[in-house]
Design a protein around this ligand. Structure first.
Ligand code: BES
Ligand code: ZN
Ligand code: ZN
Length: 477
C-alpha cells in the first residue's frame, strides 16, 4: 500500500481539492475564496455551530474545517491533529486521494492537521487475501506555501508506521530471528549500523535473564545493537535506548489467561519504538551519538521452560529468584541495562510494555515513567510528551518500594507484592543501572484494541515521536 506523503505546494488551483482551516471568528478573508452563496451558507452554518463545510465544484471540492480556538499550545496542536483525523472520514467518503491545505487561522496549525490526517490513514492490510478491497487510500497532503518542518514530519510518520507494522506483525510471521533480520534491513536502508549477537555470544556474555526467558523456545534469542554515530556528533557521551523485544509473551509456565494473551505479539513495542526513533534520528541526520540495545526472545512454555522458583544469574552477577515467569521483560532488560554500562552513557532510556498494573492505573493515554535522571532531563522529556501528545506521568522510586523484592534465597525476586507492580518493576531495573536512567512503561498506550483518534487500532508506534523530539532538543543544548 502506498503511504501518504506530505509536501509543500503552490497556491491551490481550481482543479485541486482544497481544505481551508479556519476559526469561528475572523474569517472575512474566506470571502475571496468562496462564492457569495457559499460564504452565506458558511455564515449561517457557523451561527448554528457547524464545524465543517463541504462545497462541490465540478470535479473538485472545497472543505472548510473550523478549528477550536487555541488554548495552550500543546492542546491546540492536538486539536488540530484530531481534526485532521476526523477529516479523513470525509475524504474517504468522497474518495479523495490528494488534498491541498490552506491555513486561514491566526496561527498556522496546518502541519499538525496534516500530521493527524497522515497518522490516522495508517492501515495494516497485508494478511487479507485481497488488500485492495479494504484499502482507503490517501496519497498526498499538500500544504500551501509551508515547507518548514515537512521533511521531518514525513520522516516521523514513516518511522511511526514502521513501528506500527512491526508491532502488528503476528508471531507467526515475526519470530525472534525474523525480528532481528527486520532490524538489520531497516538499519541498512536508513544508514545506522546494526550488530546482532547470536546465542553463543549471548551465552559468553552470561546474559542469564535473556537465556532463561528463552529456555523453552524453539527459536534462539538475539541481542541487537543499533548505532547512529555521524561525524559531527555534539554529545561526548552517547544516549542509549533500550527496548523490550519479547516477540510473544505467553507468560511462560505462569501462563497468561487467554483474554490477556491474544494480543501479546505487542510485547516488542518498546523495541519497535527504539528502532523507529533511531530510524528518524538517522534520516534527519541528528548530530548525535545514539545507541539502541534490543534483547529479543519469545516467552514460551515447554519441557525446558524456566520454572517459578528457579534461581538465575544475570550478566551483572546478581542472582534472581524467578517467582513469576510472566515478569520476563525485566529479566531481559536487566541484561541489556548492564550491557549499556560499557558505553559510559550520558543517559539510558528504556521503553517496555512491562506491566499490566501500568495499564490498570493509568489506561492507554499515559506512559508511566520513573528513573534516576536529573530533574532537568525529566522535565524535558515531560515537555516532549506534551509536544507530541505522548504524555508521561512520573512515579516514585522510593526505597520502600524495593523492600518487596527481597528474596530469601537470592539477591532479588523478580516480582513484589501485587500492589504498585509498575514501581516494583522499576525498582528491579534500577538494580542494574549505574548511570542516569529513565524507564518508560508503555504497556498502556502501545497497543489499542480499538482506534482512538489518529492512534489507529493495534500498534500505535508510541515512543517514536516522543523520543525523537526529546533527542532533538538534547542535541541542541
Ligand atoms: N507483557 C506483560 C505486560 C503487559 C500487560 C503488556 C498488558 C501489555 C499489556 C508483562 O510481561 C507481564 O506479563 N507483566 C506481569 C508482571 C507480573 C507477573 C508481576 C503483569 O503486569 O501482569
Ligand atoms: Zn509477561
Ligand atoms: Zn511481557
Amino acid at each position: 500500500m502506498k503511504r501518504v506523503q506530505i509536501a509543500a505546494a503552490p497556491a491551490a488551483g481550481p482543479e485541486d481539492n482544497l481544505l481551508i482551516l479556519a476559526e469561528k471568528d475572523g474569517h472575512d478573508h474566506l470571502k475571496g475564496w468562496l462564492s457569495s452563496q457559499e460564504y452565506n451558507f458558511l455564515q449561517q452554518g457557523l451561527t448554528r455551530g457547524t464545524g465543517h463545510f463541504f462545497f462541490a465544484r465540478g470535479n473538485s471540492a472545497v472543505f472548510v474545517k473550523i478549528l477550536k480556538p487555541e488554548k495552550d499550545e500543546y492542546a491546540a496542536r492536538e486539536d488540530a491533529r484530531l481534526a485532521g483525523n476526523d477529516m479523513l472520514k470525509e475524504l474517504r467518503h468522497y474518495k479523495i486521494e490528494t488534498v491541498v491545505i490552506r491555513n486561514a487561522c491566526s496561527s498556522d496549525r496546518s502541519l499538525y492537521f496534516a500530521e493527524g490526517m497522515a497518522m490516522g490513514s495508517y492501515q495494516f492490510l497485508k494478511y487479507f487475501s485481497d488488500p485492495s478491497k479494504k484499502e482507503k487510500p490517501l496519497h498526498k497532503i499538500l500544504i500551501e506555501g509551508n515547507a518548514e518542518g515537512i521533511d521531518e514530519m514525513n520522516a516521523l510518520i514513516d518511522a511511526v508506521f514502521m513501528a506500527r507494522d512491526l508491532v502488528n506483525e503476528p508471531w507467526s510471521h515475526l519470530n525472534t530471528l525474523q525480528f532481528a533480520d527486520a532490524i538489520e534491513d531497516i538499519g541498512e536502508k536508513s544508514g545506522f549500523s546494526v550488530k546482532i549477537l547470536e546465542e553463543g555470544q549471548i551465552s559468553a556474555l552470561k546474559m542469564g535473564g535473556l537465556l532463561a526467558v528463552n529456555k523453552a523456545s524453539s527459536v534462539p534469542p538475539r541481542f541487537c545493537i543499533l548505532e547512529w554515530k555521524p561525524a559531527d556528533i555534539k554529545n561526548e557521551k552517547p544516549v542509549v535506548l533500550v527496548g523490550k523485544g519479547v516477540v510473544y509473551d505467553t507468560g511462560g509456565l505462569s501462563l497468561k489467561p487467554s483474554d490477556g494473551m491474544d494480543y501479546m505479539k505487542c510485547d516488542m513495542a518498546g523495541a519497535a519504538a527504539v528502532v523507529g526513533a533511531i530510524t528518524a534520528v538517522s534520516r534527519m541526520h541528528l548530530p548525535m551519538h545514539v545507541i539502541g540495545l534490543i534483547p529479543v526472545t519469545d516467552n514460551k512454555i515447554g519441557e525446558n521452560a524456566l520454572a517459578p522458583g528457579d534461581v538465575i544469574t544475570m550478566s551483572s552477577g546478581t542472582t534472581v529468584e524467578v517467582v513469576n515467569t510472566d515478569a520476563e521483560g525485566r529479566l531481559i532488560l536487566a541484561d541489556a541495562l548492564h550491557f549499556a554500562r560499557q558505553y559510559d552513557p550520558a543517559l539510558v532510556i528504556d521503553l517496555a510494555t512491562l506491566t499490566g498494573s501500568a495499564v490498570r492505573a493509568l489506561g492507554n493515554q499515559v506512559i508511566c515513567y520513573m528513573g534516576t535522571a536529573s530533574k532537568k532531563i525529566k522535565s524535558e522529556i515531560e515537555q516532549s510528551g506534551f509536544h507530541t501528545y505522548e504524555r508521561l506521568v512520573e512515579l516514585p522510586l522510593w526505597r520502600e518500594f524495593g523492600d518487596d523484592l527481597k528474596s530469601h534465597i537470592a539477591d532479588l525476586k523478580n516480582v513484589g507484592s501485587s500492589n504498585a507492580g509498575m514501581i516494583a518493576a522499576g525498582k528491579f531495573l534500577e538494580h542494574f543501572t549505574k548511570f542516569p536512567w529513565l524507564h518508560l512503561d508503555i504497556a498502556g498506550p502501545a497497543y489499542l484494541r480499538t482506534a482512538n483518534g489518529y492512534r489507529t487500532k493495534e500498534g500505535t508506534g508510541v515512543g517514536v515521536r516522543l523520543i525523537y523530539d526529546f533527542l532533538k532538543n538534547f542535541v541542541h543544548e
